[in-house]
Design a protein around this ligand. Structure first.
Ligand SMILES: [Zn+2]
Ligand SMILES: [Zn+2]
Length: 160
């Protein structure tokens, strides 16, 4: 099972769907019921070669690490070390700071990787093999960012 996390193209609601390689069923939005029909060859040999949500075929591999978790660990660690500092337990203070840094680094390594679409930012988790996936490339990101900017500029003109 591959877990897809995407924003609905119609209403931009966040959707979470599980898809099976081979029998790709249409994805329907939890908010507006909009149907997305993924191309049948989107997933080949356990690899997403075509985004299920948008026409993009360019996806990159990144670490599945939520920044919020990292920040929370650091804040709790710093808070605890301040208490140690207040009671003049300097060794305890340094131990807490060290443990905080270690935990943060450890969590980063433990988290798996995910595949993300350059164009629509859809996230794919639970893929068997991400080794062959491309890492993030700034040129590709820039290409899609400019494309999106042009689309945003063109929209008011077409509505006039
Ligand atoms: Zn929707
Ligand atoms: Zn996409």
């Amino acid at each position: 099972m591959i877990e897809v996390n995407y924003h609905c193209p119609e209403c931009s609601a966040v959707n979470n769907a599980a898809v099976r390689e081979g029998g790709l069923a249409p994805l329907s939005c939890v908010n507006c019921d909009a149907q997305l029909v993924p191309p049948s060859d989107a997933i080949l040999d356990g690899r997403v070669v075509h985004c299920l949500v948008c026409p993009s075929t360019e996806l990159y591999v990144r670490k599945d690490f939520s920044q919020r978790t990292g920040v929370a660990i650091v804040v709790v660690g710093l808070g605890a070390s301040c208490i140690g500092w207040f009671y003049r337990h300097f060794q305890v203070t340094y131990a807490i700071l060290f443990a905080t840094a270690l935990l943060d680094a450890g969590l980063y390594l433990l988290r798996g990787s995910l595949l993300q679409c350059y164009r629509c930012q859809a996230e794919y988790r639970g893929l068997a093999d991400l080794q062959g996936g491309e890492p993030f490339r700034l040129e590709t990101h820039e290409k899609y960012r400019q494309q999106a900017a042009r689309l945003a500029e063109g929209r008011p003109a077409s509505q006039r």
